[in-house]
Design a protein around this ligand. Structure first.
Ligand code: ING
Length: 299
């Protein structure tokens, strides 16, 4: 069987003024701990290097740029790439990307066990708002700081077909289906999810339910493994969902975090299990009728 040991490397809060070196030290500790336990792939959260800064209105360009990376690996992150290659472990790292031509993305880089950069995914579904909304207890200004990426790709890595998504992407069935139509077997998703959803606080109590619901559905309906990795806990006063988890193609949660801190969640991922579903219930070629679904892409 095509088995790969995967570690969801959940993080607890990152302070607004946390130096990169301090955060990288936490990532190194998680990476080493995962390697020690046999992990071949370590998945870090969305925006893993910094606090979730879209909760703030940042008008000073220099202050904003300080949350972004202009190179990946860069001077402060190269140590992570070097250590992973030394340990023979691959990883996904979420970070804020500022491109040389001035574009800003909420990005996740995927690196293979030999250090090869497999892909650079840019978050498609950018939630929240672009202008300050003073009525909110805290802001969610991702639409102020990030542009949407071009789409969802799969890549051969870790013995299978791997795809990435980020946070809000996991709530949209299109994310999984676009990857599923490309044969994805393992979807890697980092997230920062405030429990309090200001536009409709009635949803707060369902934060954990919705988290598992959407990833389990996406996994089952596309015959793929899904790894969801949180930066959670109370970060600068905002309580964010932890509950990192690894979900099978059958939609079962096979492993999950039980703290809101830095925590490794490991599972033995058998990629062949995907085909139990891709060849049967969700045999797209046999059963799917795209000409009946035109509304999905036309509207
Ligand atoms: N965070 C949240 C997420 O989609 C959110 C935003 C929370 C949207 C709850 C809707 C409901 O998990 C990010 N970073 O997308």
């Amino acid at each position: 069987p095509r088995e790969v040991v995967v570690a969801a490397a959940q993080m607890g809060p990152v302070a607004r003024d946390a130096p990169r070196a301090e955060v990288v030290e936490r990532l190194l500790s998680l990476l080493r701990g995962a390697a020690h336990r046999g992990a071949e792939l370590v998945v870090f959260p969305e925006l893993a290097l910094t606090t979730f800064f879209p909760r703030y209105v940042i008008d000073d360009d220099a202050e904003l740029d300080a949350f972004f990376e202009t190179e990946m690996p860069g001077p402060e992150t190269k140590v992570l790439f070097d250590e992973a290659a030394r340990l023979g472990v691959g990883f996904q790292l979420g970070y804020a990307e500022l491109t040389p031509d001035g574009h800003r993305y909420n990005t996740a880089i995927l690196v293979e066990r030999d250090g090869r950069i497999v892909s650079r995914y840019r978050k498609v579904h950018v939630p929240g708002h672009a202008d300050e909304e003073p009525w909110r207890a805290f802001q969610h200004l991702e639409r102020r700081y990030f542009e949407p990426g071009p789409g969802f790709e799969v890549h051969e890595a870790f013995g299978g077909i791997v795809g990435s998504a980020t946070c809000n992407d996991r709530r949209w069935p299109e994310t999984y289906r676009v990857l599923g139509l490309q044969g994805v077997e393992l979807v890697l998703i980092g997230y920062n999810t405030p429990i309090h959803y200001a536009p409709d606080p009635g949803q707060d109590r369902l934060a954990g339910h919705h988290n598992t619901l959407v990833m389990a559905a996406g996994a089952y309906q596309n015959g793929t493994w899904v790894v969801g990795v949180a930066k959670g806990g109370v970060e600068e006063g905002v309580w964010s969902l932890a509950e990192s988890q690894i979900i099978s193609p059958g939609g079962e949660v096979v492993a999950r975090a039980t703290t809101e801190d830095d925590e490794l969640v490991l599972a033995l991922v058998d990629l062949d299990r995907c085909w139990d579903y891709k060849r049967t219930v969700f045999n797209f070629a046999q059963y799917r009728l795209p000409d009946r679904y035109r509304l999905i892409t036309d509207l």
